[in-house]
Structures are given as structure tokens and as C-alpha cells.
Unconditional design. Structure first.
Length: 141
């Protein structure tokens, strides 16, 4: 029995795939529309300087988005390939035994008026050698 969750059920994996596809599709749309408009304007002789120079930048932006989408898809493919080589968790034959409950320990901790012991501060790292003093008791009204 495989104890690892399947990669297909992982949300970040799908976000990577969907984001990569969206980036590639958006880049392709930009590239085709802007360069098509620029080409038509140049062939007709009606292209303005804005169409020519700004259209080139939009074309480059579309190409960058296509490249980012391809890199994302290749990364998703690599993650899926590497997931196949991940070691499986060891199979558990017996359920873990519950910790035994001591009634003696429960009596000491159930008391609400229990005062902290002197060594309680030392267990937290507040040594008296470091200059720490015990907390003062504040009276409540």
C-alpha cells in the first residue's frame, strides 16, 4: 500500500500547471495579435510609429510569457518525475500505543492554587546566575 498522497491531488502542482498554461496562452495571444496588427499596418502603409515600436515591445512581452509558461510546464514535468523516486514511508504494523495515564500526576496538576517550584525557572533557562529574579506576585482587586 502506498502511504504517500498522490501528486495529482496536490493543489500547488495544479496551480503550477494551470499558471504555466495561462502564461503560455496569454503570451501566444499577445504575440499573434500585436505582431499581426503591426504586419497588416506595415503592408497597407498605414502603420504609425506607435504601432511599429510599441508592437515590437508587446511581441517581446508575449514571447517572454510563452517562455515562462514552457519553463513552468517543464518544471511540473520534473516534479512529477522526481516524485516517482521519493522513498516510501515505512509501513506500520501496529498502531502506536496511547501513553499511560497516571492519576498521581493528574492530582498535582489539577490544583489551581499550586505555586511554581523554585526549579521551574531553571528548567526554562532563567538561572539566578544570569541576574534574573523571580516574578513578583501582583495582588488583584
Amino acid at each position: 500500500m502506498n502511504t504517500r498522497p498522490r501528486l495529482i491531488r496536490r493543489i500547488p502542482f495544479w496551480v503550477l500547471i494551470v499558471g504555466s498554461l495561462a502564461s503560455a496562452a496569454g503570451g501566444a495571444y499577445l504575440l499573434v495579435t500585436k505582431l499581426g496588427t503591426m504586419d497588416a499596418g506595415l503592408l497597407d502603409g498605414t502603420a504609425t510609429t506607435s504601432d511599429v515600436y510599441v508592437g515590437q515591445i508587446w511581441g517581446v512581452t508575449g514571447a517572454i510569457l510563452i517562455g515562462a509558461g514552457i519553463v513552468g510546464l517543464l518544471l511540473a514535468l520534473s516534479v512529477a518525475s522526481l516524485r516517482a523516486f521519493a522513498p516510501q514511508a515505512p509501513a506500520v504494523d501496529e498502531p502506536v500505543a496511547a501513553a499511560s495515564t497516571d492519576d498521581e500526576g493528574a492530582d498535582a496538576t489539577d490544583d489551581d492554587s499550586a505555586e511554581p517550584t523554585a526549579d521551574a525557572g531553571e528548567s526554562l533557562g532563567y538561572d539566578s546566575e544570569l541576574g534574573y529574579t523571580p516574578a513578583e506576585t501582583v495582588a488583584t482587586r
